[in-house]
Design a protein around this ligand. Structure first.
Ligand code: TYD
Length: 137
């Protein structure tokens, strides 16, 4: 499996261009550096709204803009970086202990999130100061 573990980063996915329409794919261990356990998606986001604003203690995620565009603002405990997603053949890999906020959603955008874990509220850190305390430990 590729060793992406520590750093949030954009990963390019394969794209099969075809005059009948294009196709892209993501596979555990090849493009996404974890075993996929769960998939969810965020859609119908009203203009100006934010999603996320939390970190996970152990969960890893991979986020793709399947349609439209949005930004993912990622804080690693030291610095913040804004990643703009607008193509369905790019994904953002997020390791554990990265604070992330999704914003700047375009009309009809669709955010696909694949996750390494079952949903667990205990894995969330929803307070930024608590995140900073835990990440700097
Ligand atoms: P949450 O991850 O808190 O989204 P956001 O940070 O964007 O507000 O999810 C919102 C709610 O959806 C959460 O309180 C419970 C529910 N939920 C599930 O039941 N299963 C899931 O896999 C996810 C991602 C959310």
């Amino acid at each position: 499996m590729p060793n992406f573990e520590e750093k949030a980063q954009i990963i390019q996915l394969p794209k099969f261009l075809d005059e009948r329409g294009n196709l892209s794919v993501l596979e555990s261990g090849k493009h996404v550096p974890f075993e996929i356990r769960r998939t969810y998606w965020i859609y119908d986001v009203p203009g100006g709204c934010l999603r996320g604003s939390h970190a996970f203690r152990t969960e890893k995620e991979f986020i793709v803009a399947l349609s439209g565009s949005f930004d993912v603002v990622v804080h690693d405990g030291t610095e913040e970086k804004r990643h703009s997603l607008s193509r369905s053949y790019y994904g953002l890999y997020l390791p554990p202990m990265h604070w992330r906020t999704l914003d700047n959603f375009s009309t009809n955008s669709l955010a696909l999130v694949v996750s390494s874990a079952d949903f667990s509220e205990e894995d969330y850190i929803r307070d930024f100061d608590e995140f900073i305390r835990e990440v700097r430990k």
